[in-house]
Design a protein around this ligand. Structure first.
Ligand code: ADP
Length: 536
């Protein structure tokens, strides 16, 4: 049966006294055997031995804590018997019960012990009341009191210190639990994102990965630093990326980078297009900093991009043939000298529009072959030219719809723009205004310079746009129900126009009221550095 630490401590303390008594008895036997003849010594010693043996047999764990006090008090009594008639020479043995009680019990128990000892000394003094004995009694009492107080104080300090330690240990434990919980939450969060995340030490070892990373690279859960089962390729055909050039190896060398592209061939036999970035994570000190590897699976986007490029290439290529026919027919027709001037103007408008469409198809083709197009030219021009030209080309259509067009642009509208793209914007806005205005309505175009920006406002008296639809109007393919009834369209023009205007650092805003009309305002800063690359 396991023995409690309290029982063991009781045994040890009592055994210490028992052993001391046995050693004392042997020494007395050797040095002054006549002492053995006095009953005091033998009875006292025997009682202590009996108490010691009894202490080994008592089930202390089952008894209340105070019951242990019996032992030091019995010991003190036995020592009192043993010390009698020896002029307190063996009185020093009282130090055992005094220290015992002072260590483990309160002031009352300690005082009771000192009282008992003093009482026994006084009884002893009464049998031989000399002044030397009296002095000895006082000195012994004072000494024991001093020992008891010192031990008591030391123990109080030790207990306070232990309490402090326990409190700190509890706090430490609570902090550790909180820390573990935070770590668990962080891991859960990381595992719930569909982006692969790996944290590497500065020495290039994997410290942690999330589920997505582990799955993508086919890592061994037991040893993350074993090479994964997936292989990275630069393209879907060809050789694997050489190991030192792989994003992981680069990050392990401490490199940081954005959007490194690789094709990963996974253990499931799938190709995944990955966009990988490596960032430095600062720690409290250099040793704790690490590198974060972020892996985005861009397979779907890559496929969609390819498909879009393919479609654009096919569409623009297919458009070229009918366009060439329109242009060449218009050119042929224009060669006829007998043409009425109005007819000539219309044919020229058709020819110009055809030329622009042809140019657009060429741009679509080249921009679909990612990044191969040359930057678009930016010239400082007077936008009035574009406005007037565009309005002229829409006059026949406006007349056909019985919509009047009024243009006011009295001052030069100078700005650095990609003229071709700006024409696209103006054409789109004016064509919408005419398209969505019922018969007998009107479109008013005003060009002005306000606060260093060219502002072109196109106002119509048309069907307008409800407040519910207004926020969605730039969304690709969105068309209002009324617009669908009124005329054909794709729902792409406004979004593209807004992108072109933003790329010039400008804004395209729409104000409208259903049934009342619409005002579209295009603002282009006169001197802003146009982001022509984005304008493409
Ligand atoms: P599309 O004209 O080909 O439908 P747009 O992107 O140019 O595409 O316009 C998107 C939608 O915005 C139109 O379908 C129409 O519902 C609405 N819209 C644009 N301009 C006007 C306008 N001037 N008046 C009323 N509705 C308009």
């Amino acid at each position: 049966m396991p023995v409690s630490s309290r029982t063991r401590s009781i045994w040890l303390t009592q055994l210490l006294l028992g052993a001391s008594i046995l050693i004392l008895a042997v020494l007395v036997f050797a040095i002054s055997p006549q002492l053995l003849a006095t009953w005091h010594f033998t009875v006292g010693s025997l009682v202590i031995v009996v108490i010691t043996l009894a202490s080994l047999a008592v089930p202390w764990a089952k008894l209340p804590r105070g019951a242990v006090l019996v032992l030091p008090f019995l010991d003190a009594l036995a020592i009192g018997v043993l010390a009698g008639t020896t002029e307190l020479r063996f009185g020093f043995l009282w130090v055992f019960p005094v220290v015992w009680v002072a260590i483990h019990f309160d002031v009352i128990a300690t005082s009771a012990m000192l009282g008992l000892i003093t009482m026994m000394m006084v009884v002893d003094l009464a049998s031989a009341p000399t002044s030397a004995n009296a002095l000895r009694t006082i000195i012994v009492t004072l000494s024991f009191s001093f020992v008891a107080i010192s031990v008591h104080q030391a123990m109080s300090q030790i207990r306070a210190y232990r309490r402090l330690q326990r409190r700190q240990a509890r706090r430490l434990k609570a902090t550790a639990i909180r820390q573990a919980e935070l770590e668990r939450q962080a891991n859960e969060l990381l595992n719930s994102v569909d982006m692969g995340v790996a944290r590497l030490s500065l020495a290039g070892r994997i410290l942690a990965v999330n589920d997505t990373y582990s799955r993508l690279y086919g890592l061994d859960a037991l040893d993350l630093n074993q090479p994964g089962k997936s292989v990275e390729y630069a393209t879907q055909r060809g050789m694997p990326v050489p190991i030192p050039d792989r994003p992981f190896a680069r990050a392990a060398r401490g490199e940081t980078f954005e959007d490194a592209r690789v094709w990963l061939f996974t253990p499931d036999g799938e190709w995944r297009a990955l966009s990988i970035s490596a960032r430095r994570l600062g720690g409290a000190d250099e040793e704790q900093s690490s590198t974060l590897l972020l892996v985005h699976d861009v397979t779907a986007i890559t496929h969609a991009q390819r498909e879009r490029e393919r479609l654009v290439a096919i569409a623009s290529h297919e458009l070229r043939n009918p366009l060439t026919i329109i242009i060449s027919t218009a050119e042929l027709a224009l060669e006829d000298d007998t043409l009425a001037p109005r007819m000539r103007a219309r044919l020229e408008a058709m020819l110009n529009a055809g030329d622009r469409m042809l140019e657009m198809t060429t741009t679509m083709l080249s921009s679909s072959r990612a990044g191969q197009a040359a930057p678009a030219p930016v010239d400082e021009i007077d936008l009035r030219g574009i406005l007037i030209d565009s309005v002229d080309s829409f006059r026949p259509s406006a007349r056909a719809h019985d919509v009047s067009i009024d243009i006011r642009a009295d001052t030069p509208l100078r700005a650095a723009v990609d003229a071709f793209r700006l024409r696209q914007v103006i054409d789109n806005v004016i064509s919408n205004a005419i398209k969505y205005t019922p018969r007998a309505g009107g479109v008013k175009i005003v060009g002005a310079v306000l606060d260093d920006a060219v502002a072109v406002t196109v106002t119509d008296t048309g069907i307008g746009i409800s407040q519910d639809d207004l926020p969605k109007i730039m969304t690709p393919y969105f068309r209002t129900a009324n617009a669908k009834e009124k005329s054909g369209g794709t729902g792409l023009g406004l979004g593209i126009s807004r992108d072109i205007v933003s790329a010039h650092g400008g804004t395209l805003t729409i104000e409208s009221e259903a049934g009342q009309g619409t005002t579209v305002t295009v603002r282009i800063p006169q001197h802003a550095g146009a982001d022509t690359d984005a304008a493409r």
